[in-house]
Design a protein around this ligand. Structure first.
Ligand code: GLA
Length: 393
């Protein structure tokens, strides 16, 4: 279900987590970690083909309070899940919990850190977040990166952002059943305030791209439930692998212009369409990073619109209501910015780059012109690009 947190204020969030910590565990926590959600500006469904993405971390985050224990037990209190408590021991191999849910992101990340050689210590933990759930803004990656940041600090290992991100990705693959790429975790781990991040998912290197100062990052939730996400997602991933194999390359990242022109016609449908999305999206992502560096919002907007159409027609992950929502925003913006569906697809949010002066007109056009299939208005969140995961205390 979608939650719409009443407040995005960190002080309130911290008060909620602290209250819960005091109430359940008593005494004071020793460490405070935070990790943000993310929104992807362009470069969709390219990460697991080793391609390029251009996300930014956003000012919606998960906070984690921790106090170490000496008996190898981990107790995790989830303030946003009815104050549910999960408890397990580090002296046994860490297993997924049944039924699956939020706890598996914590357990999976810890299992991955342990396998990576991080010396885990037991702890009492309280977690509270204001990343909207189920909206495609990576609340699960925020949770994973908060956990990785806190336990890394406790162990004094000093993991770099890539190792933290890979631990979260491992949790998704093995404890949550989603064969995701590295986009969400890397964006949450490595975000830079005021910047987008150009991710090269092959090298897992990130480059900070300054966002023009007059620009708002609007995230607009369609209220369309993301049905079938994991199974459709995993199917798209398989299709991309099949297309790469048919073209004789390890992954679609390895398809250059010459190869595409010579061999694309050999691909059967729908593989041709899937591959065309990824190959063209990689180029659009590099071009959009350049356009932002140049402060060319018009070009960045064009590329976002092209990306949206490619996701709709070639990758076939845009439901009609989300398509309408993106069209409404693009019509208001004209050449001054752009909008596209963002994230895994099949529902969720539209992201728009909008000059501050146009935010109000986008809001009112969406209010006037859009209702979800269930009759709900969209939710519009003005976000700013934030720093990646870290310790606050
Ligand atoms: C989800 C996945 C990411 C990425 C996006 C699509 O968010 O978790 O790895 O594949 O979808 O770009």
């Amino acid at each position: 279900m979608t939650t719409n947190p009443a407040s995005f204020d960190r002080a309130q969030l911290l008060a909620r987590a602290l209250n819960a910590f005091h109430g359940r565990f008593g005494g004071e926590p020793r460490l405070l970690a935070r990790a943000p959600g993310r929104v992807n500006l362009i470069g969709e469904h390219t990460d697991y083909s080793d391609g390029f993405c251009l996300p930014c971390a956003i000012d919606r985050e998960t906070l984690l309070l921790l106090r170490p224990r000496h008996d190898g037990r981990v107790r995790v209190l989830a303030c946003d899940e009815g104050s549910e408590l999960d408890s397990f021991s580090l002296t046994q191999p860490i297993q997924p919990r049944e039924p699956a849910g939020w706890a598996n992101y914590v357990r999976g990340t810890l299992a991955a850190l342990q396998a990576d050689g991080v010396k885990l210590q037991g702890a009492d933990i309280a977690i509270a977040g204001n990343v909207p759930l189920g909206a495609g803004l990576s609340s699960s990656a925020a949770l994973e990166m908060a956990v990785a940041t806190a336990f890394d600090a406790l162990a004094g290992t000093g993991l770099d952002v890539r190792r933290k991100a890979r631990a979260g990705q491992w949790a998704e693959h093995h404890f949550a059943g989603c064969q995701c790429g590295i986009l969400d975790q890397l964006a949450s781990a490595a975000g830079v305030a005021g910047h987008a991040l150009l991710l090269d998912c092959r090298t897992q290197e990130t480059q900070a791209i300054p966002l023009p100062p007059d620009l708002a990052v609007l995230v607009i939730h369609s209220r369309v439930q993301r049905g079938l996400v994991d199974s459709e997602y995993n199917l798209r991933r398989q299709q991309c692998q099949q297309a790469a194999a048919a073209l004789g390359v390890p992954l679609l990242r390895d398809v250059d212009k010459a190869l595409w022109q010579a061999r694309a016609h050999e691909l059967p449908l729908p593989l041709l369409r899937r591959a065309r999305h990824v190959v063209t999206e990689n180029q659009r992502t590099l071009d959009a990073a350049q356009a932002l560096r140049d402060g060319d919002l018009q070009r960045a907007g064009e590329l976002m619109r092209e990306s949206h159409v490619s996701m709709r027609d070639d990758f076939e992950i845009v439901p009609p209501a989300v398509d309408r929502l993106a069209m409404i925003v693009n019509e208001v913006l004209g050449p001054q910015g752009g909008a596209r569906m963002t994230g895994g697809g099949f529902g969720g949010c539209v992201v728009a780059l909008v000059p501050h002066g146009r935010v109000a007109s986008v809001r009112s056009a969406v209010e006037r012109g859009y209702r979800s299939p269930g009759g709900e208005p969209a939710l519009v969140w003005a976000c700013s690009a934030s720093a990646g995961a870290g310790l606050l205390a």
